[in-house]
Write a new protein. Structure first.
Length: 138
């Protein structure tokens, strides 16, 4: 298994519309794991959520977060990033539209984006990075 793969070498993988897992922390220290859409952009992940979503509330209380993106078919590549999340209100619907089209296709994605507003961008830039790839071993 290859490990510590530079993120630049995983650009094709990071472009795939895989559902990621976002980990946030509850007030009691427990971890909440949430499936999320993501977009790799400018060296980090963008995740979009509603302002009152539990993920956003937890990140306002404790900004530590991890995101995990992985193949569930060979070659079983993956990226895990542990970091401090940065929250920002979205001033444009372009990010939501781009992400919805990426996961749902043009027609359904644009319809979904038209009903989504008032969202928060969760920005996750690499802190601690773990990568792997089982290519050639399976």
């Amino acid at each position: 298994m290859r490990r510590d793969i530079p993120l630049a070498e995983l650009a094709d993988f990071l472009a795939l519309p895989l559902v990621a897992v976002l980990a946030t922390y509850r007030r009691d220290g427990g971890v909440l794991l949430s499936p999320v859409w993501h977009q790799w952009r400018d060296g980090g992940f963008d995740v979009v959520s509603y302002p009152n979503d539990i993920k956003v509330r937890q990140l306002r209380n404790d900004p530590r977060a991890s995101i995990l993106v992985y193949d569930n078919e060979p070659p079983y590549r993956g990226v895990e990033i542990r970091t401090t999340a940065v929250l920002a209100e979205l001033d444009t619907s372009a990010i939501i539209r781009d992400m919805a089209v990426r996961y749902l296709g043009r027609k359904a994605g644009e319809a979904y984006a038209a009903t989504s507003g008032g969202s928060i961008r969760i920005r996750l830039e690499p802190g601690h990075v773990r990568t792997w790839d089982f290519a050639g071993e399976i």
